[in-house]
Structures are given as C-alpha cells and as structure tokens.
Design a protein around this ligand. Structure first.
Ligand code: BGC
Length: 444
C-alpha cells in the first residue's frame, strides 16, 4: 500500500487552548471541571501545561517536520473581566506566534473553541444575540496585537457541536436540554461567524496586513439509516440537515432555511474563503439515536471508523460552496496508539485520490490533551503526555506522521514499518478486524 499527496499539500496538526494550556483561565470549562463534572475526575487546569511549555512544544512540532499548526486563543485569559484586556497575555501569544514563525511554522488561529470567560457565560453567552458584540470586540483586540503575525483564521470551532452538547444533550456547560435553545444558539453563532468573517477581513486590510483567509470549522459526520425503514431514513436526513447542512449553508452563503433564521440583517454572499472541515466518524441512525451495527470498526470511545466519510463530507460542503478545502481536524481516540497510523493512512490515502481541491490536513491532535467531558482518559495525540510529569514522548504514529510529511505520502517501507498488522476493534463482537490491505494479500 502506498500513496502520494499532491505536491503542495500541507500536513499539519491542530490543538485548542483550553485542551492543552492548563491553569485557571477563568473559563466556563474551568468552572465546570472544578465542580467535578468531568468523567474521570480530572481538571482542565492541569492539561499539558502548554501555556508554560509552548517553546518546548513548538520545537517538538518542528522536529516532526510539522510546518502548519492550528491553535486557538483563550478568550477568558485575554479578557478576564468584561472590557479589561490583558496586555501580558496578548504579549504571551505574540511571543508564541513569533517563536512559531522563526521555526517556519504557519499558524491557523481559531478565535473560539468551546470556551469563554465566566462573565460572558453570566450574560447568557451565545444564547443571546446581543452578546455577539463582545465576541467581535475580543477578535478586534486580538487582531490589533497579533493580526500582523497570522493571515488564516477560524472564527468559531464546531458551532453545531457546542450548541448540541451544551444546550440539547446537556452534557457540556451550561448543561441545558432544550431543542429550541439549541437552535437559537446555532442562529446566534451563524450571525457571529458572518460578522466575524467581515470584521477580520476589514481590520486586517485597513491595517495593511495583507490578504486574509477566513472560515469556520464545521463538524461533519455521515448519517446513515440503520435500517431501510422510512423512519430511519427520515431521521437520518433530518439530523443531517439540523446538525450540519442547514447551519453550513447559512454560514457559507447567508441563506437560511427553517428553523435557521436570519436574526440580523445578514445579506446573501460568500462568508468562507475555504471550507474547514472536522471529520471523525459515521453515525448509523435508528429512530432518533445513533446505533452501532455489529462488527463495525470502532475507536476507544466506540466511535465508528469510516474513512470514506471524510470525502463524502468534503463533497457535501463543496457542493454548497466550491472553495478550497482544509481538513481542519481528523484523528482518533486510540489510548495505546495501536491503530492510529492505520487510521491516518486510510484517511489520507482517500484524500490523495480525491479530485477535490483539498489543500491542508490538520491532524487532531498534536499531543494528548484534556478531551472535554472525557478529561485526560481519551488520548488523541501523536505525542504522548504523562500528565504527572508533563514529559512528552513521540508515539509511533507521531514518527509515522513525520515520515508522511518528509516523503509527501506513504511508501511501502513506511507501510510495513508503521501500518501493517494494525487492527481495529469491532463493535459488539470482542474481535479485531484485520487490516484491509493485509487481507488483500500484501506481504509484510
Ligand atoms: C473538537 C475537539 C475535540 C475533538 C475530539 C472536535 O469535535 O473540535 O476539541 O477534542 O473533536 O473529540
């Protein structure tokens, strides 16, 4: 098995501030974990101490040949009190960006990745349209200090995930369980994205910082009916529309379909310079719920592993908005690094064969980190973090990734060294799958 990526294809990694920085930033997640709401009892203030260790981490990125880095800014640190911006924290991010630049690493900055200051939470956060101005002011202040060091931005990470986890299932803060509120939050997010998109372009161009590339990171999955029944088919289409397509169309183009509503005066237009797509899994829908068919390959969180879905999702987005595509997240929870290399190889092989204009792939995640409600017990990193000692160790999948970048793809030797023999767990069977390519008779 081998494949070559397009000549200018960029392989990077992604992180998010709350998940790696550590410390008490005064965010909704600090409060939530301090209340003991994380499944394994861990606290977000530990994480991987990246705020302190960012130089070590940047050196590690460079040593793995990584030159594209998606990261986020911690709003709660930058604006600890309403209207009070910390020069020290902005200076910290400036130093981090300069450090990356000196190593030849290009950042892609996310302004909002699920966490915000507690004062913003107290105001009702993104459930209220009148709060959008606070988010925009935060972006403007960041651009004034950092905007010369970065040209590529993500306004919001996965508005659909935050809205459904925080307002429908109630598993994340603020633990609400109202369908109508979830839709309201999505509507506010749409307007926030579109306003931020225009703001970033305007501010950077007025400051003479050069061209900007802006999008929002959209979480997509494949919704497949579990049975052929009309109920499962309808449910899958409805979930696909509510969870992803309706919101994506509104964010990309300013065109709203019920229940998405134009709360402000958004004009139709183009509000993304590239598609930023986060893809992990497929859902088989039975009635309203996700159900695992027997013998489906799954990861350590029991998420289905379905590589073709990555391209299917890219196609769906591209049909709505034909602009270049970046896979802004893709990766898997594999606590012992037993199948991550195979997962990466299978997804990238399909990317290499696709005719779509996919320009970047950011692996989630660079390093093991605080996985929201799962805490420290779900490992997604190419680099292992010992949370007690904060020692970093590059995993086999991390070495594989460095080789993928060095070679612009995977050759047979790499396949034999890293991928051959890796198996996935099969749902509800207690068995392991054999590697697709091994099964086709390739000798290891
Ligand atoms: C999020 C990340 C998260 C990852 C794995 C994405 O939905 O953007 O923050 O860690 O999935 O769950």
């Amino acid at each position: 098995m081998n494949f070559s990526l397009k000549k200018d294809f960029r392989l990077g990694v992604a992180t998010a501030s709350t998940q790696i920085e550590g410390g008490d930033a005064g965010s909704n997640w600090n409060a939530f974990s301090a209340e003991g709401k994380i499944k394994d009892g861990s606290d977000v203030s530990r994480a991987t101490q990246h705020y302190r260790l960012f130089r070590e981490d940047a050196d590690l990125l460079a040593s793995l040949n990584i030159r594209d880095y998606r990261m986020s800014l911690e709003w709660a640190r930058i604006e600890p009190e309403e209207g009070v911006f910390s020069d020290e924290v902005l200076q910290h991010y400036r130093e981090e960006l300069l450090y990356l630049k000196n190593l030849g690493i290009t950042p892609l900055i996310t302004f909002y990745h699920f966490s915000h200051p507690l004062w913003f939470e107290a105001k009702g956060s993104f459930a209220k349209r009148e709060n959008i101005g606070f988010y925009l002011r935060f972006i403007e202040r960041c651009l004034a200090r950092l905007g010369d060091l970065c040209s590529d931005y993500i306004t919001l990470n996965e508005p659909n995930v935050f809205a459904s986890m925080g307002y429908l299932s109630g598993e994340w803060p603020p633990e609400e369980t109202s369908f109508f509120k979830m839709i309201r939050v999505m509507n506010v997010f749409i307007e926030a994205h579109i306003s931020a998109y225009s703001l970033i372009h305007r501010v950077r161009s007025e400051a003479g910082f050069g061209a900007s590339h802006v999008s929002f990171a959209h979480s997509m999955r494949v919704f497949t009916p579990f049975r052929k029944s009309i109920v499962d088919r309808l449910s899958a289409s409805l979930q696909r529309f509510l969870f992803q397509d309706g919101l994506a169309r509104a964010c990309f183009t300013g065109q709203f379909r019920f229940p998405f509503r134009n709360l402000g005066h958004v004009k139709r237009g183009q509000y993304a310079d590239f598609i930023a797509l986060n893809y992990y899994s497929q859902s088989h829908v039975r009635l309203w719920r996700g159900t695992l068919p027997p013998r489906t390959p799954v990861n350590d969180l029991n998420w289905e592993i379905y590589p073709p879905g990555l391209i299917e999702c890219c196609e769906r987005c591209f049909a709505m908005m034909p602009v270049p595509i970046r896979i802004s997240e893709n990766g898997t929870c594999d606590n012992d690094d037993r199948f991550r290399a195979r997962y990466i190889a299978e997804h990238l092989e399909l990317v290499s064969k696709s005719a779509l204009p996919i320009s970047h792939y950011y692996h989630w995640c660079f390093i093991d980190n605080f996985e929201w409600k799962e805490g420290e017990s779900a490992r997604f990193g190419l680099v292992h973090c010992d949370y007690e000692t904060q020692v970093r160790t590059v995993k086999q999948s991390g070495h594989f990734y460095a080789d993928l970048i060095r070679h612009g793809g995977m050759n047979d030797d790499m396949y034999r060294q890293y991928v051959a023999g890796q198996t996935y767990k099969l749902a509800n069977s207690g068995k392991e799958s054999i590697n697709r390519v091994d099964a086709a008779g390739v000798k290891n």
